[in-house]
Ligand binder design. Structure first.
Ligand code: ISE
Length: 335
């Protein structure tokens, strides 16, 4: 019996996950889709055999055909959907951000603890990207010595109309926050955000780009250039500088061409392209673990820590200066 999944939210990520579960992953099927826009839900459901359409997440979760939930609605809608899934003790893959702020993320951590077992994998897909996985393994091997600094670049072609200056941190840099914690195995203790004069290519009033410095409890620094209207492509790069060497990923040199006096390649245009392999492996890992009755991957604690760091980052961006991150005590469930 394939795992019956309810996909909540059929926007860009939700629709891509529906396609992935339907056509790429084995062992699972899309049993239901939910969207506040009922017509949209119906249109997506129509393309999938035996899939029902709903406007209410709790109603979809009540169906006998639903064994697990993939949440891909907008961040502010996650908490309610997560609590509805907990009420039925259903396994969840929740897209990032877990929730938009630290207080709501901590409520989710507490609600999961009340269940007494982990139920959620958070969608930090970079942990499944082949290049990031290799970088993590290399750092973990100790060959390069202790990591001192991480330099990250995160560029998007253009930001969507609803994007705010805070979202450069809470929606975009959230990925580097998680990648830094995961690659280094450190917690982030303080955030500083510097802002150059905004690019003329950015919408009026959007503070784009920004330069973020994360400090860790292991004494490392991680800096992030976030530039969401760079115009030319989707680029995510990271370089670790360690005591005995450096390691770098994200150059995108899979295919280099020489032609007419120039050499070069192409740049991905969005994250569904750049991280296609990571998303496939992320959802595959979730489905496989769920079928074994296990929960693996980034936890609600990771989602909470990212939310707490991003909240400090948004304050640092708005008020200037260095803002400390005060994390709650990590519960034993996430040891
Ligand atoms: C978006 O929500 C993502 O998660 C992308 O990976 C990121 O590059 C983009 O900046 C975010 O808005």
């Amino acid at each position: 019996e394939p795992l019956g999944i309810a996909v909540i939210g059929t926007g860009r990520m939700g629709a891509d996950h529906v396609r992935r579960i339907d056509r790429v992953i084995s062992g699972a099927r899309v049993a239901a889709v939910v969207d506040i826009d009922g017509e949209r839900a119906k249109a997506v459901a129509a393309g999938v055999d035996g899939c029902t359409a709903h406007t209410d997440a709790a109603e979809a979760m009540a169906s006998d055909a639903v064994d697990a939930v993939l949440i891909a609605s907008s961040g502010p809608a996650h908490e309610e959907a997560l609590l509805a899934a907990f009420a039925r003790d259903l396994p969840v893959l929740c897209e990032k951000p877990l929730t938009p702020d630290a207080a709501s993320a901590l409520r989710v951590v507490e609600a999961e603890q009340a269940l007494g077992h982990r139920r959620v994998q958070v969608g930090f897909m970079r942990r499944y990207d082949t290049e990031y996985v290799r970088l993590k393994a290399l750092l973990g091997s100790g060959q390069l010595g202790r990591p001192l600094m991480l330099h990250n670049r995160h560029r998007n072609v253009a930001s969507p109309p609803f994007f705010t200056s805070s979202m450069l941190i809470s929606d975009s840099v959230a990925h580097e926050v998680d990648a830094t914690r995961w690659l280094l195995g450190h917690e982030i203790t303080a955030v500083t955000v510097l802002r150059p004069a905004p690019s003329a290519g950015a919408p009026d009033g959007l503070r784009d780009p920004q330069f973020v410095v994360l400090e860790t409890d292991g004494g490392a620094l991680s800096d992030v250039e976030i530039f969401v209207n760079c115009g030319f492509g989707y680029q995510v790069q990271a370089e670790a500088v360690c005591e005995r060497g450096t390691a770098r990923i994200g150059d995108g040199h899979q295919l280099v061409t020489n032609m007419a006096g120039r050499w070069g390649g192409t740049i991905a245009q969005d994250w569904t392209e750049r991280f296609a392999q990571a998303y496939d492996d992320e959802v595959r890992a979730w489905v496989d673990a769920t079928r074994r009755g296990e929960v693996t991957g980034p936890s609600t604690w990771d989602g909470y820590a990212a939310a707490a760091v991003c909240e400090a980052g948004v304050r640092a961006m708005e008020e200037g200066g260095r803002v400390r991150v005060d994390l709650a005590q990590r519960p034993p469930l996430y040891a």
